[in-house]
Structure formats: C-alpha cells, structure tokens
Design a binder for this molecule. Sequence first.
Ligand code: ADE
Length: 410
Amino acid sequence: MSKIADPRLAEAGKKNFEWARKHMDALVKLAEKHEEKKTLEGVRIGVCLHITKETSVLIDSLIRAGAEVFIAAANPLSTNDDIAAYLATRCHIWAWRGETEEDYKWCIKQVITKKPDQIIDDGADMHVMAHEMNAKWVRGGTEETTTGVVRLRSMEGEGKLMYPIIAVNNAKTKFLFDNRYGTGQSTIDGILRATSLLLAGKNFVVVGYGWVGKGIAIRARGMGARVYVVEPDPIKALEAHLEGFHVGRISKFAKIGDIFVTATGQKGVIRYEHMERMKDGAILANAGHFDVEIDIRTLNSKARNIREVRQNVEEYELPNGKKIYVLARGRVVNLVAAEGHPPEVMQMSFANQFAATVYISNNYKTMKAGLYDVPVKVEAEVAAAALSAYGIELERMTREQKQYAKSWKV
Ligand code: ADE
C-alpha cells in the first residue's frame, strides 16, 4: 500500500493536525468568519507548500471556507508522510518524502493541469510552471517566501507575469516573525535532531544576515555558541557587528567554524575552495529555500568517499583526508531534519496566506497582473488576531497622549 493511502499514517497525521490547530488560533479565528459565509465556495485552489502539520491547518481552513484544494510539496524532502496521508482524506494531493527532481516537477504539474483558479505558493515553482504552461485560467495567487518574491519580481520586471500575486512574505506579520524566530528556532532544531551534538562552545558561522540569518544567529548564541557572521551588505554587516557577532569573510571563517549555516538566497556562498580549508569534522547546513547555497555538486565530484553516517548526515571524505558533514543534503535543514517553523509562528504567516487568498478571490477582476503587498487592512486584521491568540493586551494611550504625539510643544 502506498503511504498516502495508509489509514494508520492518516490517523497519526490527523493527531498532528489537531495538535498544530490548537496552537494556531490566529489563523483558525480569522478563517472561522469565512466558514459560515463559505467565502471560497467553489474556488479551486492549487497549493505548493511544505507538507507539514501547520500547512494542514491552512488547508483545513480553506476547505471549511468552501474551497476545493489541490496540493503538491514545495520541496522534494520536506513532506511529512503522515500529514500527506491525512490530507489525502480531505483534498487532492501529490506529495511524498523523497521525491526525485522529476517527481517533484511532475507533482506540481498535476496540480496545474487540474486548472486551479488561484495558486498559493512557497518559492514560486508553481507560479513559474503555471506561466510555462500558459495557464490562462489562473486568476491570481500568493507567494510565501523571500526567494519566491525575488523570482516573481524578476518576472514582473520582464513583463512576464500573467496574473496578480500577493507577496505574503512582505507582510510585517510574516517576515518579522516567521523568517526570524520561525527559522531561528527550527534551524537549530534541525541541526540538533540531525547531529545530537552540543552547540555550547562551538564556532557557529552564519552566512547571510537577513531576517533568517539574524534569527539563527541569536538562537545559536542563546545556546552558547560563538557566532560568526558573513554578510556582503554594509548595513547588515554593521548590525551584526553591533549585535556583538564576529563579522568577516567566509574565506577567513572557513578555518574557524565548527558549524556553518547558509541563509542568503544566493548560490555558491560556500564553495569547494572553502570546504578544503575547513576543520576535520566541520558541519554544513542550509536554511535558504534552494539547495544551491552550498556547492554540493562540486563536493560530490571531488570527494574521495561519501557515506550516510546518520539520518540526514552525509560524511564527505576530501582528497586532503579531512571529513566534513553535510546535513539534509544541503536542502532546508529546518524542514528536512526537523518539522519546520512552530505552529505559533505559522499561524501568522498562514493567516496572511488565507486572508490574501480571500482578497484575490474577491478582487481579482479589478487587479492587473503584477506583484502586490498584503493590503494594510489585512495586515491589521492578522496582527489583531495574533495578539489575541498570544493573549496580549495592548496599552491604551490617553487622549492627552494622543494629542501630545501630534504636537510640537513639550
Ligand atoms: N516553512 C517553514 N516552516 C514551515 C511549516 N511549519 N509549515 C509550512 N511551511 C513552512
């Protein structure tokens, strides 16, 4: 029996779904308003997200609002098979852990050929394929990640976008929390689950000091590591310096690091010339969307010997005799070796996804092809839902203070 049709796996997935849902009140409460009204009745939604317990809560919310959902994974190695089996009881799904590159594309293609009205994407692979397939039936969509927004911005610049897309990533209630605290915790979680080693006292090199790198650096420091940051942007490098991290070049830190994590959205930021200089036993992991940040291809071609020493840990013996270890094959370590961002963070990202999907459904007729920010009203709604979910009461300003805030008199 295939895993996706296994009722025992589906039952386990349902429990994980329920556990996540308990911790995603911001999304659940926001979506509840649309359940009675069936706001998304009859809307066919194509989804390309990591198949996690948190994603299953978003899918459940879309279905409750009346949508018909078709889903593929956003990464060949990130699918939780129990969740896939559970989702197979609720919607149409093509996803399993360990897809080949070909399988991965085939799964995304299956979704597009089912003619979705809208697309929810993570990384833009489904949007890109929809454009390659000239999917004229797509009314609009959303995009979850920094990487995806960069790709779509480039398509927009070349006049290639065929429909409106809301850049969910750019909502404050997304990137300030998901990218920083979500990736911060889950990347450390992935490294620890894969290696089961101590972080305290280790030299921990973070390549890239965007929101993701910032989150990883502060959490690594919190676990007692000495943190080194590599960053080409002058302002971000200054931020890292004044945060108390060592800042410098990868060519210098290559010799020093015990653990390296890439979070740049770039390609080839750790190259073979750096790997050759690394200490025997150095550990490499990637937290960026694509598996191109660490040059694994060259490493594969140069290594004298390659073997799996633990689940998600590959040992590479270099011609110079040193051994270095790559986690999760250089793919998103937080989703391959751990379970991705925790539900309390994803409730905000997915509340934005849900609300932006409803917005597109209501407004696509008047929206031109192009990239859009999450509407201000939606941002405010998500922030209010998240504050309520966290049980936080905001201070109220007095009338006098409101006046003072606008005045030039002391
Ligand atoms: N991206 C990062 N963490 C995630 C999660 N838990 N679910 C879906 N997408 C994610």
